[in-house]
Design a protein around this ligand. Structure first.
Ligand SMILES: Cc1ncc(COP(=O)(O)O)c(C=O)c1O
Length: 438
């Protein structure tokens, strides 16, 4: 059987047994990965510009991560944190806490299996220890798909279709997505924001949701799935202030922004804001499923024994992979690399805007780069068109996904070099130019 038939066969078999609810951005069957590249069964190489959805920070198949997993697999795969104590679980939390901003660095945590589970743990903790019920979340945010996390997610009504009513007690207010201002202002940017998001929160607290009932505000420091949108500089500090005034807890969902992707260890550090609770996922498992919810020690200490848990949460294999991955990020200074290559990528796309009017906006921080695609009138391209472009990019050798309605989501491994990034950009610009010329 030729390798081409192998790919085709996997795709055919997949379609027979895998639910169509799982959407595929490309028509590629991956056989293996190495560094910033993925390979299909024909041996074709692809620049992985989305790294397993902002996850594979040190690249695919890193020999040190593979060795750490292999070594741990020879000792202990699973015993469950509820049954006894496990070194990798403790080490993982010690490491994550050591990276946290003060005073969260003195906090405590729980390990889970995914970002969505970490988010649900965060809101359970907030409700349980505050004795309050209400959660304030943001339009355009993505916090996961399990029913609790989905109650907070508001990046597309498609995710909620036929599933409502969801969790009671969640109100949504607009996120300051200035390029597409939710209040209808044209030509606004994060440096020139109307600030109406603040009035909207105030109005919500005055008329709808009494501050005494507000358990928590949950926020992505930079919108992920919602379009890689960086908020105005006063946004997160204002949320901190509102929480301090109302006694609500600030939950930062750093599942996507966390662990160096934005050019700092955590997104909130761009604004010197410390949340009370932080949800982590994706990159922390070094490619294996791992989530974490960290909080100030007094909050965790107020949560009673057996209030929460998970059979597999913090399993030794995922912890070891994550710890090795973090060690590589530190030793190779990949957080600084993310900042440097991210700036370079943004500069490349901004420079291309002059000749490619399809590029409406270039934004992000570090290696979270969003490239918003627009039509001749400057309106967002239809989602179906962006999905088509993403498919064509895959076929041309660059794997990525979209975010928001019409943005390309660029989130390669933090270890990517400028040279590799440039090679991928060349391909992307060619595909965009071909699309423009029809
Ligand atoms: C900010 C954010 N929170 C939560 C999640 C959910 O994570 P998971 O898919 O691991 O449940 C995601 C996933 O994309 C995310 O980007």
């Amino acid at each position: 059987m030729s390798s081409a038939q192998v790919s085709a066969q996997w795709i055919e078999r997949d379609k027979k047994v895998v639910s169509p609810a799982i959407y595929r951005y490309t028509d590629i069957a991956f056989e293996r990965g190495e560094g910033v590249y993925l390979y299909d069964f024909e041996g074709n190489r692809y620049y992985d510009f989305v790294a397993g959805i902002a996850t594979m920070s040190v690249g695919h198949n890193h020999p040190r991560v593979v060795a750490a997993i292999t070594e741990q697999a020879g000792k202990l795969l699973h015993a469950a944190a509820h049954v006894g104590y496990m070194g990798p679980y403790v080490e993982m939390l010690e490491k994550l806490l050591s990276l946290m901003p003060v005073p969260l660095d003195q906090g405590k945590g729980i390990l889970l299996n995914s970002g969505g589970e970490a988010v649900e743990t965060a809101i359970k903790l907030a409700r349980a220890v505050s004795g309050r019920s209400m959660i304030l979340a943001f339009m355009d945010s993505f916090h996961g798909r399990p029913m609790g996390a989905l109650s907070l997610t508001a990046s597309s009504s498609g995710y909620r279709r036929h599933l409502t009513p969801l969790l009671n007690g969640v109100e949504h207010v607009p996120y300051p997505t200035c390029y597409r201002c939710p209040f209808g202002h044209k030509n606004h940017s994060r440096d020139n924001c109307c600030g109406h998001w603040r009035n909207f929160i105030q109005m919500t607290l005055d008329k709808l949701l009494h501050p005494d009932d507000l358990a928590a505000i949950i926020v992505e420091p930079i919108l992920g799935e919602g379009g890689y949108v960086v908020p105005p500089d006063d946004f997160l500090p204002s949320l901190r202030e509102i929480c301090d005034q109302t006694g609500a807890l600030l939950i930062a969902d750093e599942v996507q922004t966390g662990l160096g992707r934005t050019g700092k260890w955590f997104g909130v550090q761009h604004w010197n804001v410390t949340p009370d609770i932080m949800a982590l996922g994706k990159a922390i498992g070094g490619g294996l499923p791992l989530g974490a919810t960290l909080a100030r020690a007094e909050l965790m200490d107020a949560w009673w024994p057996a209030a929460h848990g998970s059979t597999f949460g913090g399993n030794p294999l995922a912890c070891r992979a994550g710890l090795e991955s973090i060690a590589i990020i530190e030793e190779e200074d990949l957080v600084a690399n993310a900042a440097r290559v991210g700036d370079h990528l943004q500069a490349r796309f901004k420079a291309a805007q002059k000749d490619l009017p399809i590029i409406g906006d270039v934004r992000g921080k570090g290696l979270m780069v969003g490239v918003e695609l627009v039509n001749r009138a400057g309106e967002p391209l239809a989602t179906s068109q962006v999905k088509q472009i993403v498919k064509e990019l895959g076929a041309a050798g660059v794997v990525m996904t979209k975010c928001g309605q019409s943005a390309l989501r660029i989130a390669p491994a933090l270890s990517i070099t400028e040279e590799a990034a440039d090679e991928a950009v060349q391909i992307i610009l060619k595909v965009l130019a071909d699309f423009e010329t029809g």
